[in-house]
Design a protein around this ligand. Structure first.
Ligand code: ZN
Length: 221
C-alpha cells in the first residue's frame, strides 16, 4: 500500500514520506501504568515507512494473530533537515502537526523486553503507524500547551496534555537529531499519555487535537 502525508483539507503534502521516530515513556502517568521506570534520557525507537497507513482508513485490530494496543500520540511532521539541531532550529523546521497511533503488540513487546531484545517486532510491523492528516503549526495556538483526546466507542480513553511531556516537543526533536538525521517528510511521535489499551474489531475511534483536527475511524478484524 502506498502512503502519503496529507493536509487536513485533503491536499497531498509535497514532502516525501520517510521514517517515524518514536519516544517511549514521555509521560510519567503512562510509564507508571505499565510499571516502567521513567528514563533519564528519551527512549527512542524507529518505525519504517512501511509501517505508515492513513488513520482515515480502518485500523487493524491484530497483526500475525497478536492483539494491537493503541497509543495516541501528538505527531510532528518535519519540513527541513535537522542534524544536531537546537530546540529553536527544530521549532523552525516543523511543517505540520497531527495525531498518530503507535500500535504495539504488547505481549510480544513484554517478551522482547524480558530477553533484552530490540522492540521492532512489537512496534515496527506493517500498519503499526496510522497517521492523521496534518495542520500547519501556526494553526495551533501553543503546541507546547495543547491537548488531544481519544474516545473508543464514545468513551474518553486518552487525554494528552503536551505540557506534561517529560521531554518537551522541541527539546525532543533536538535530541532525536543528535542521533538520527530528521529529514523532510519524517515524522516524530512524541509519546503516549496514560489510558492505552487493546483494540477490538468494530471499535469506533474518535480523535481530536485541540480545536484544529478531528477524525473518526473504525477498527477492522
Ligand atoms: Zn508510543
Amino acid at each position: 500500500m502506498h502512503y502519503q502525508h496529507h493536509w487536513a483539507d485533503g491536499e497531498p503534502i509535497t514532502l516525501p514520506s520517510g521514517k517515524a521516530v518514536c519516544v517511549g515513556r514521555n509521560y510519567a502517568d503512562h510509564a507508571k501504568e505499565l510499571n516502567n521506570p521513567v528514563p533519564s534520557q528519551p527512549l527512542l525507537f524507529i518505525k519504517p515507512f512501511s509501517a505508515m497507513v492513513p488513520l482515515s482508513q480502518t485500523v487493524a485490530a491484530r497483526f500475525n494473530q497478536q492483539a494491537c494496543h493503541f497509543e495516541t500520540e501528538l505527531t510532528v511532521l518535519i519540513g527541513e533537515s535537522l542534524i544536531n539541531a537546537s530546540p529553536e532550529q527544530a521549532k523552525q523546521a516543523v511543517a505540520g502537526i497531527g495525531l498518530g497511533l503507535d500500535l504495539t503488540l504488547r505481549e510480544v513487546q513484554n517478551q522482547l523486553k524480558q530477553k533484552g531484545h530490540p522492540w521492532e517486532l512489537a512496534k515496527a510491523f506493517d500498519g503499526s503507524c496510522p497517521l492523521s492528516s496534518f495542520v500547519k503549526p501556526e494553526s495551533v495556538t501553543n503546541i507546547e500547551d495543547s491537548e488531544y483526546r481519544l474516545w473508543v466507542n464514545g468513551e474518553l480513553r486518552q487525554h494528552g496534555k503536551t505540557k506534561q511531556m517529560i521531554t518537551p516537543i522541541y527539546q525532543l526533536l533536538s535530541y532525536c537529531s543528535q542521533h538520527f538525521s530528521l529529514l523532510p517528510g519524517d515524522v516524530v511521535l512524541t509519546g503516549t499519555p496514560a489510558g492505552v489499551g487493546v483494540l477490538k474489531a468494530g471499535d469506533q475511534l474518535r480523535m481530536q487535537l485541540a480545536d484544529v483536527l478531528e477524525l473518526e475511524t473504525e477498527v477492522s478484524g
